[in-house]
Design a protein around this ligand. Structure first.
Ligand SMILES: NC(=O)c1ccc[n+]([C@@H]2O[C@H](COP(=O)([O-])OP(=O)(O)OC[C@H]3O[C@@H](n4cnc5c(N)ncnc54)[C@H](OP(=O)(O)O)[C@@H]3O)[C@@H](O)[C@H]2O)c1
Length: 291
């Protein structure tokens, strides 16, 4: 593993972390606030957001931590969040697309998308695109997309005839597809932003002892499986290391379009390197979110 640099100077930098109120996102916020960045976290719940801000401020010793409301399962909320960020921050140096979930049963977002795909990919696709001009104006800047090795569950890639999983719904396959979509998104973003000074990379944080797949979104069997595997999980702080490193380290100055694990470039599945599917997902996502 490459060295992590706690003394990396992020002062004068502005960072936005989706889902920074809990788990890996909250630890990423602590890490970057400690390095001096002004950190905006998002939360879908105001109370959870303000409790997290207080904790991040205390643990990082920085007061420059704020919360912005965001529900990625509602594109109107995504648009409001982007407008709020653009209003509050005149620069954006790093966007960490971190929030994510897995639903044990098929449900739909406010806009009629299957929720796991809608939250993990489509919400972030729109948010990032709405913030792209600010990232371009703040170069060198970075987009960090929290994917997962669970993308390997999507062995046959994405089913472009059924992106909303109406045909069949197997939670971890659908989750794996949404994480494959994260990889495609970062790759295509990197390709489109080549030469602009904005980089985009995706990552696997490790198997992390967070509340992931343990809250109300998931059924008993899924929760049981996660609980049984829990002794093998790493801490949330360890799970945030690759995110913090990709957001701040000079090791990855100018590095773009790659997938990382343990602060090292890693291989995706074969499906993860499919250029045609990468481009096809971008076009389909544009159409779905109307951007
Ligand atoms: N934990 C692991 O082992 C693991 C492994 C590989 C990848 N990952 C990825 O790591 C990322 C963070 O997961 P975690 O382990 O930190 O899980 P977590 O503790 O459950 O945190 C997930 C975060 O996402 C937020 N979120 C969920 N649905 C949202 C929505 N509709 N709109 C906005 N925010 C929403 C949650 O907000 P609330 O507090 O409101 O629920 C929370 O802040 C996810 O993308 C996950 O796929 C995790």
């Amino acid at each position: 593993m490459a060295s992590v640099e706690p003394e990396q100077d992020m002062s004068a930098k502005v960072v936005l972390i989706t889902g920074g109120n809990a788990g890996i996102g909250k630890e990423t916020a602590v890490g970057l606030a400690r390095q001096g960045a002004r950190v905006l976290i998002t939360s879908r719940d105001a109370q959870r957001g303000s409790t997290a801000v207080a904790e991040i401020r205390e643990r990082s010793g920085s007061d420059a931590v704020e919360v912005v409301a965001l529900d990625l399962a509602d594109l109107a909320s995504v648009r409001r969040c982007a407008a709020e960020v653009l209003d509050r921050a005149d620069r954006l140096d790093v966007l960490v697309d971190n929030a994510g979930l897995v639903m044990s049963r098929r449900t739909e977002t406010a806009d009629g998308f299957e929720t796991t795909f809608g939250v993990n990919h489509l919400g972030h696709f729109l948010l990032t695109n709405l913030l792209l001009d600010r990232l371009r104006a703040s170069t060198p800047s970075r987009v960090v997309v929290v994917s997962s090795d669970a993308h390997k569950q999507a062995r046959n890639g994405l089913d472009f005839d059924d992106l909303q999983s109406e045909g069949s719904y197997r939670p971890f396959v659908v989750y794996g597809k949404s994480k494959l979509a994260n990889i495609y998104f970062a790759r295509e973003l990197a390709r489109r932003l080549e030469g602009t000074g904005v980089t985009a990379n995706s990552l696997h944080p490790g198997f992390v002892a967070s509340r992931f797949a343990r809250d109300g979104d998931t059924g008993f069997l899924l929760q049981l499986g996660v609980m049984l595997a829990r002794p093998f999980a790493i801490s949330q702080a360890a799970g945030a290391r690759t995110s913090v490193w990709l957001a701040s380290s000079s090791d990855v100055d100018g590095v773009s379009g790659l997938y990382f694990s343990k602060c090292t470039a890693a291989h995706t599945s074969k499906a993860g390197a499919d250029d045609e599917a990468t481009k096809r997902l971008w076009a389909a996502s544009e159409e779905l979110v109307g951007s």
